[in-house]
Write a protein that binds this ligand. Structure first.
Ligand SMILES: C[S@@+](CC[C@H](N)C(=O)[O-])C[C@H]1O[C@@H](n2cnc3c(N)ncnc32)[C@H](O)[C@@H]1O
Length: 417
């Protein structure tokens, strides 16, 4: 059974899901935009929406998603892209009516996301305001649901020039978490080809990619019971997921198959590149370096204040990933100078247990050396007041150089504005 239906778009009524797919199939996530209510004729018999009463339409959707719940695995999820519309001079709150119905069958509504489009289709006016968004309802089967959120954070190393370079400890090294407003332009003719636009409203590939990334891993099963042009299915194939699709219109099914054949290789390659995630890794590395550097500066100022000793420098050596709880990076701090070691050691033990240092995600190791020669390697020196710009041509013996590290940070004050 499993073999026969995987990676296929079936010309079947979504209402027959349970006759076609057995519960053992364990769908990881379902991503779908159901047919509009009585607005668009998709040219096939038995369509949901067209020609139905609102109640029948809602109940059909309810029983389809009840079936979907049964074939979804325990940590599985459901994404529904859906919109309000106007009837008899008033707004019909379809997203909310539907989510109440789905609550009755056991789906748990986790998030309501606004999909902000740059432009909209001409027929969707809702009074005097231009329509610019649709709803995305995000449900889960249980309270413990799959969520690969770190993979879809927003990260961009160019933003390192912003104010928060001064506060790297406040910024998640994986990037900024997604918020509830998603901006994705609706696909244009250019990216989809003329035939595709004949089927209106294909979903943006990158938006679907986000959902797949959050809710599934490679080889998992992604379902779309109203496949249409097959955006969800093709994107699943690009991202090495298995897919199952239902669609009544034979013409759309053929279009999807041709399209997938034409685009699979290129898009697989793009996915492989994305998977290596080099930008995100670079971003994380940069944030952790900045934290390691600032940690040394904060330490210098605090030790000085408490012990009144200032005849030392800190040489910072990054030691890679930390395995300790809540720590991200291991860093060796070598205290260089003729200092009262016991006094400083004592002070350090207190300082690192308290904020701000305890919040840096750093597992520190400490060493003491009376002197050290700084030469050979490429090193950068910083004063105790500034770790956003290294000292040009530093004399590492100079009293003002307090932190020495391999990392080069070179910004001026204006970069924070
Ligand atoms: C809004 S479209 C989906 C668009 C799709 N997400 C895309 O990116 O192209 C809804 C689709 O559901 C199909 N449909 C309508 N009733 C159906 C049913 N009972 N079973 C399966 N598919 C159905 C329609 O033919 C239409 O293609």
């Amino acid at each position: 059974m499993r073999k026969n239906i995987l990676n296929k778009i079936l010309k079947k009524d979504a209402r027959s899901i349970l006759d076609t797919v057995s519960p053992e199939i364990e769908v990881a996530t379902t991503i779908t935009s159901p047919p509009y209510y009585d607005m668009k004729d998709y040219n096939s018999d038995n369509q949901v929406g067209y020609g139905q009463s609102y109640n029948d339409y809602l109940n059909d959707l309810k029983s389809i998603f009840e079936g979907v719940l049964k074939i979804t695995r325990k940590d599985g999820t459901l994404w529904i892209i859906i919109d309000t519309f106007k009837r008899n001079n008033q707004v019909v709150t379809l997203p909310f009516d539907l989510s109440n119905k789905l609550k009755e069958v056991g789906w748990l509504l986790q998030d309501v996301i606004i999909w902000k489009k740059d432009k909209t289709v001409p027929w969707s006016t809702n009074g005097f305001m231009q329509r610019k968004f649709e709803y995305i309802l995000f449900f889960s089967k249980s309270a413990e649901y799959k969520s690969n959120n770190d993979n879809v954070r927003i990260y961009d190393t160019s933003h390192l020039k912003k104010w928060w370079i001064k506060y790297p400890e406040r910024y998640n090294p994986k990037g900024k978490a997604l918020d509830e407003v998603w901006e994705f332009p609706i696909p244009t003719q250019g990216s989809w080809g003329d035939e595709y636009i004949r089927h209106f409203c294909p979903l943006p590939q990158s938006m679907v990619a986000n959902m797949i990334q959050i809710s599934s891993d490679e080889n998992d099963i992604v379902l779309d019971p109203f496949a249409g042009s097959g955006t969800v299915l093709s994107q699943s194939a690009y991202m090495k997921r298995n897919y199952i699709g239902f669609e009544l219109n034979a013409e759309y099914i053929k279009m999807f198959k041709d399209y997938l054949k034409k685009t699979l290789i290129k898009n697989r390659e793009e996915y492989e590149l994305f998977r290596q995630n080099t930008d995100q890794d670079l971003f994380e590395k940069r944030i952790l370096e900045l934290r390691s550097l600032k940690y040394a500066r904060v330490l210098t100022i605090s030790i000085e204040k408490i012990t009144k000793q200032n005849n030392f420098k800190i040489f910072v050596v990054l030691k890679g990933k930390s395995e300790a709880k809540n720590k991200l990076i291991k860093v060796e701090y070598q205290i260089i100078g003729a200092v009262n070691k016991a006094d400083i050691n004592d002070t350090i033990s207190q300082l690192i247990e308290k904020p701000p240092l305890s919040k840096f995600g750093i597992e520190p190791l400490f060493k003491f050396k009376e002197r050290k020669k700084f030469d050979g390697k490429k090193l950068y020196g910083y004063t105790k007041t500034n770790t956003y710009s290294h000292v040009k041509h530093p004399d590492f013996n100079a009293k003002s150089i307090r932190v020495i590290i391999e990392i080069c940070v070179d910004l001026n004050e204006n970069d924070y504005l």
